[in-house]
Ligand binder design. Structure first.
Ligand code: PEP
Length: 255
């Protein structure tokens, strides 16, 4: 019912030449992989080049951020309409690095998600607790608050266009993955919040897991009932590793 969605978040890595070299190796490896949606979010500087290379492939282009503003005197910002112009179908908002390092709060994330939907781009909205919050037993409270705040500007009938990404901050870039059971518990909780907010259509909203996903752990994560995809940082920089992640069903069959 929910098509798996595997997304690469390249963060501030790769020049345009490096991005092209990645695609040369990656695209042939995933051309025949059925029934999954593959998304690549390069830095802004490579969006145009990567978008041109992806045209006609099954891989979708995504941005890593967007301005909440439509246009105007906002030096250094990039609007949703500009992303449409480059062929973006998705954009990541609310990533924990933007929340922690750039002070983005739920209300800004909500405005960004609203701006994207207004332009016809699907937001990948990230939520997740810190280690401190988990150890203090506050995980569900934090997730509840982030979902309510970050999705505040998504109209009820647009819920299905969203992708929610559960990214426990303690698992991002640390090599420490949530166990499939811990991730599933959080995803089931998030699904309930989506049901509260969007009703029965929440059953069709995809929830990705993110946090040190690798070829070796993706299958067990994807086997959980409420894990519908992965948002991948470090391992997505390597074409072979990300191709193996995208082909997770094959790796499972081999076990
Ligand atoms: C991310 O930054 O979204 C992420 C999940 O990173 P990593 O896979 O490197 O933990």
């Amino acid at each position: 019912m929910r098509r798996p969605i595997l997304a690469a978040n390249w963060k501030m890595y790769k020049t345009t030449a490096e991005a092209e070299a990645f695609l040369e190796r990656f695209l042939p490896q995933v051309a025949g992989v059925p029934d999954v949606e593959v998304v690549i979010a390069p830095p802004y500087t490579s969006l145009d080049r990567v978008g041109r290379r992806l045209a006609g492939s099954k891989v979708a282009l995504a941005a890593q951020n967007v301005s909440p503003q439509a246009e105007g005197a906002f030096t250094g910002e990039v609007s949703a309409r500009m992303l449409v112009d480059l062929g973006c179908r998705y954009a990541i908002v609310g990533h924990s690095e933007r929340r922690a390092l750039f002070g983005e709060k739920d209300d800004v994330v909500a405005r960004k998600a609203g701006a994207l939907l207004g332009a016809g781009i699907r937001p990948i909205v990230c939520v997740g607790e810190t280690l401190e919050q988990r150890e203090a037993g506050r995980t569900f409270e934090v997730l509840r608050e982030q979902v309510a705040g970050s999705l505040a500007e998504v109209a009820p009938e647009r819920g299905e266009e969203l992708v929610l990404a559960y990214e426990p901050v303690w698992a991002i870039g640390t090599g420490r993955t949530a166990t499939p059971e811990i991730a599933q518990e959080a995803h089931a909780f998030l699904r309930e919040r989506l049901v509260d907010r969007f009703g029965p259509s929440a059953a069709r909203i995809r929830i990705q897991y993110g946090g040190s996903v690798k070829p070796e752990n993706v299958y067990a994560l994807m086997a959980q009932p409420d894990i519908d995809g992965a948002l991948v940082g470090g391992a997505s920089l390597d074409p072979e590793a990300f191709a193996r992640i995208v082909s997770f069903l094959r790796s499972g069959e081999k076990r």
